[in-house]
Design a protein. Structure first.
Length: 383
């Protein structure tokens, strides 16, 4: 009962053995496509090998006059399977894989059914095991989904029963026995197919969950947990990309080192909780004036860094630094009740590229420029 409840919780239909959510089912099909191609190719190889092995036994059970006809049916079956194999390498297979496999399987199986009339007195003892093998193959390694396997199985068995009833003389006992054993193999095959579909979707969900967990860990390792801004590691990676971009396109970039003025006084007077709220508000304000192509990072307790790409000239960087100063000097309202006067910030700017520039060197130069700003009381300083 818990297993059924678990499947329901995962959104898997117990009737169709697929996700109820169409978007999730589509995502699963994309994930499963490479494995499906491998399964279809392996299934085709097994089917062709089985056809050859069975055909080698045909002369023992059929008259020589029927050998040519039996050979033709074998060629038709193998040709249909080979055609399916070839389509797995085509783009059309990605969209219509179940229809393609169904067509190949139905044609191949119906050609095999035609062999019935070549058996003397309907030698069920020789022919029935072949039908059972085909059934298990269709449900397990043909590449058909559970629903498509059920449909193909019904078409196949209907054709077999009609051939038995119309095609020749067969005793009632043999007819009942054939139906019984074929239904048993059909049931076992359906159970195998159902379990395979369920397990493949559970594997997909486990893989998806693991992937999401990896993304969360990657995000945490590259972002500041308080402000959700990129951290120093991610910033240095973006800086390296910016260096390559600026050298390739002959454009200038700028790094702005932003240090909050007298931030320690907030922690001392109001506590670290208010200090954290202040930092989050600072991050929010800086993000509001940052372009989408630029990178804003938190690299220390009260230190931020803004990477500007494709800067027209130094005045552009200066204008943004003034805007940062003005923005952070305005009043802060934290948690809708705490009103604090903005303390402002000191901003050091480093323009690049320059000879032998590197991410850590750009940060250090902007940092030194910022300390000069604090010491000299000036607003901005280039290095």
């Amino acid at each position: 009962m818990s297993k059924i409840a678990n499947l329901e919780h995962q959104g898997i239909s117990l009737i169709l053995a697929k996700f109820r959510n169409a978007g999730l089912e589509k995502e699963f099909n994309t994930f499963n496509l490479p494995f499906l191609k491998q399964e279809v190719r392996m299934g085709v190889v097994v089917a062709c090998l089985a056809c050859v092995l069975v055909s080698l036994m045909e002369p023992l059970n059929t008259p020589s006059s029927a050998w040519a006809s039996i050979l033709i049916t074998a060629i038709v079956s193998i040709s249909s399977f080979i055609l399916v194999y070839k389509t797995t390498f085509l783009r059309v297979f990605e969209k219509y894989h179940q229809l393609i496999v169904m067509a190949g399987v139905v044609v191949g199986m119906l050609a095999i059914c035609m062999k019935i009339k070549f058996y003397p007195d309907f030698s069920i003892s020789h022919y029935l095991p072949l039908l059972m093998i085909i059934t298990i193959w269709m449900f397990s390694i043909s590449g058909l989904s559970f629903t498509c396997s059920i449909i193909c199985g019904q078409v196949f068995y209907l054709f077999v029963y009609l051939t038995f009833l119309i095609g020749g003389d067969i005793s009632r006992a043999d007819f009942v026995a054939s139906i019984y054993y074929m239904l048993v193999s059909y049931f076992l095959g359906a159970v195998l197919s159902f379990n395979k579909e369920i397990q493949s979707r559970q594997i997909f969900l486990a893989h998806k969950e693991l992937e999401q967990e990896e993304q969360r860990h990657r995000y945490k390792s590259l972002h500041d947990l308080l402000t959700q801004l990129p951290n120093r590691e991610l910033l240095e990676d973006r800086l390296q990309q910016a260096i390559s971009l600026s050298a390739r396109n002959q454009v200038k970039c700028a790094g702005l080192f932003i240090d909050l003025d007298k931030f320690k006084s907030i922690n001392d007077q109001y506590g670290h909780l208010v200090g954290d709220l202040y930092l989050k508000e600072v991050a929010s304000r800086l993000q509001d004036i940052t372009r989408d192509v630029d990178t804003l990072a938190r690299i220390g307790g009260d230190e931020f860094f803004l990477l500007m790409l494709d800067v027209k000239n130094e005045e552009t960087a200066l204008a943004l630094s003034r805007k940062i100063q003005e923005n952070l000097s305005e009043y802060f309202i934290l948690a809708d009740k705490i009103k604090l006067k903005g303390l402002g910030a000191s901003v050091g700017i480093c323009m690049f590229p320059y000879k032998n520039c590197a991410p850590h060197d750009i940060i250090n130069r902007a940092d030194k420029a910022m300390y000069h700003v604090k010491q000299l009381g000036k607003t901005h300083l280039f290095t």
